[in-house]
Design a protein around this ligand. Sequence first.
Ligand code: ADP
Length: 468
Amino acid sequence: MSSSSELSVLYEIASLPFETTESKICELVMDKLIRVFLANRCAIIKLLNKKPVKNYTYGFKSGTDVYKFIQQKEDHVFKYPLTNGILFAEKKVPFTAKQLKYLIILADRLNEILLMLVAKKLEQESKDIKTIFKTIPDPLIIIDEQHKVLEVNQKTLDMTHFSKKEALSTIFHERKEISPESRQAIKEERFLNSKNPLEIYTTLDNQLMCLEINATKVKFKGKNAFLLIFRDVTKRKEIDRLKSEFISLTSHQLRTPASGIKWMCELLIKGRVGKLKPKQQDLVGDINKFNGRMIRLIDELLNVAVIQNKKTKVLKAKFPIRPLITEVINDKIKLIKKGKIKINLITKLKDIKVYADREKMRQVFENLIDNGIKYSEKNPSINIGWKINNKKEVEFKISDNGIGIPKTEQSEVFNAFFRAKNAAKLDVTRSGLGLYVVKTIITALKGRIWLKSEVGKGTTFYFTLPMA
Ligand code: ADP
């Protein structure tokens, strides 16, 4: 490109009337400026205070890079607007004074456009938020990082009967209508960065309500904020309560006759009421086996019902974790001797004390280790380890080399009665309650649980517990 054509383009752009539409300026500046100057492998330098500084802030090799820069670093541009800067194209042959003059004008224009684009983006963002606010029928609140309420939608005001003024500028976790436990849970902040919703209890219109909150990071008026979406799950909770009451009642009633059958089978098998023929002995053995399975299922149901009714509170105490895990592993030793099963506790780890319910934790480890064994087709190998996160919590890890859990089903494994298809094929006798119980225990102990799994390679369960 000859210098006269560069100049003519410069002139064309620089002499555009100020009111030229933004898109026109954009088009011309982006297209022509970049093509003319940067296709020649020029560098672009951000200069501060109108004085050219020697060291590059940014260097670009081609026009495409500049496009990328503008698209990707808009935040950065916004943080450090080039208000006092100029756009400077460096060539082997120095620019003439006239070219430089145009370049400075261009830089100012480009600068203006960048700011306009940023302002437009912000405006679009706030429009998006406003649209969300208008269209979503659930209560919505925007809070900042300190939990100060920045915005609420009409549905929130309708539900709480607050005026907008009353609702704004208060601190969300200090709202008196939220139960003290829920306020504490909100204050702990973890839910803001968690994928799992937080359940809170609140009294509105003299009625206790259960709300589920999902938090999403948003920009509000250019600042980091969180959009809280509330869902009223009071009815669902009530149905859950009725369901578990029903399960509890029926399983209690089923337990008695099932225990009776077990007792009678044992009498028959032991020959206390006369010797059985081998065929009869076999059949009674089978009845006993199937009945045993039914008893195990009833017990699991009872366990769930007890947990759901919150009849058992977790009893927290400080205790070292290693002896407990060793006990659980030793209990499995019989099994290990029979088959080729390995359970390794990573020995180098220092023992630590946790603040939890020892018996419940035994149940957690038993369930997770059992699953690792159960859902492996050959030679199961289970590794157990832990580490400390931020001096605050212990993170446990239990991994196996089993069949894995398909990606599409992973989010459901903690739901009661859920069983993945590959597991159901391998072992038809299970109930799908173990992980539900495990998650309930970990949550009651103020921990978190999640998993990583790949079909055919294995599964790792992770969970945390507060440090003692
Ligand atoms: P259950 O083992 O009685 O089916 P769980 O609640 O313990 O119930 O597990 C639920 C489901 O999660 C299982 O049916 C299985 O699909 C899957 N699962 C759990 N642990 C593992 C594991 N270690 N490997 C593969 N799948 C697993």
